[in-house]
Design a protein around this ligand. Sequence first.
Ligand SMILES: C[S@@+](CC[C@H](N)C(=O)[O-])C[C@H]1O[C@@H](n2cnc3c(N)ncnc32)[C@H](O)[C@@H]1O
Length: 220
Amino acid sequence: MEKKPVGVEIFDRIAHRYDSISRFLSLGIIPKWQRELVKGLEKPGKVLDLACGTGDAGALLLNKAESVVGLDYSLPMLKVAKEKYPEMLFVRGDALNTPFPDKTFDTVIVSLGLRHFENPEKGLSEIRRVLKSGGEARILEVSIPKNPALKFLFLQFLKRIMLPLGKLRSKADVTKHLYETIVNFPHYEELLNLARTVGFKGGSYKPLMFGMATIYTLKG
Ligand SMILES: C[S@@+](CC[C@H](N)C(=O)[O-])C[C@H]1O[C@@H](n2cnc3c(N)ncnc32)[C@H](O)[C@@H]1O
């Protein structure tokens, strides 16, 4: 396999503690966001959970989907995922260059993964490639509230609370990476524009918790 993507090394290191770190840093809110991500997907067909990590988002669809495949580059994350969800299929691979043929999946979900890719546009393009025509991609990402006062408060929270708290539970570079990926991500309309550029037919987004996270729905 080619050089390890930048956004993977950290997860290799923290895999066995990832679930507790992410619960701690998000004050326990992530499972609620993941349930929101898959809400309304009654017949999701063949599902790809891209950058599946420890598998929680994809696992929410196990009872409804024809099949659920989780892909991640981090073997330690996949090991934890397989222990948690032995019935789910996991594949190790790069989200920017997956081993799946064109138009394989009816639904692709990405829970808190896209902003870790070296190139989110390439990630979107790969999602588009493996999605069937008429299929749906759902992307959950941390975002920055649009409201100027909330934006200020959220950025202060990230800098003054999340960064120092994170340092207590993990290495400083982990929270620094988390912070930088949130700040540098193409949020809202910017992401929808990128999606259109790579061939999605349409898209919309739904802010959660005043825009601290956003779910993007893209039509293949
Ligand atoms: C924040 S975790 C999210 C995991 C899970 N989806 C969740 O909701 O908890 C980000 C994941 O993206 C994976 N990742 C980052 N870049 C990747 C890439 N290029 N290809 C595959 N996985 C990647 C990491 O290994 C990590 O497991």
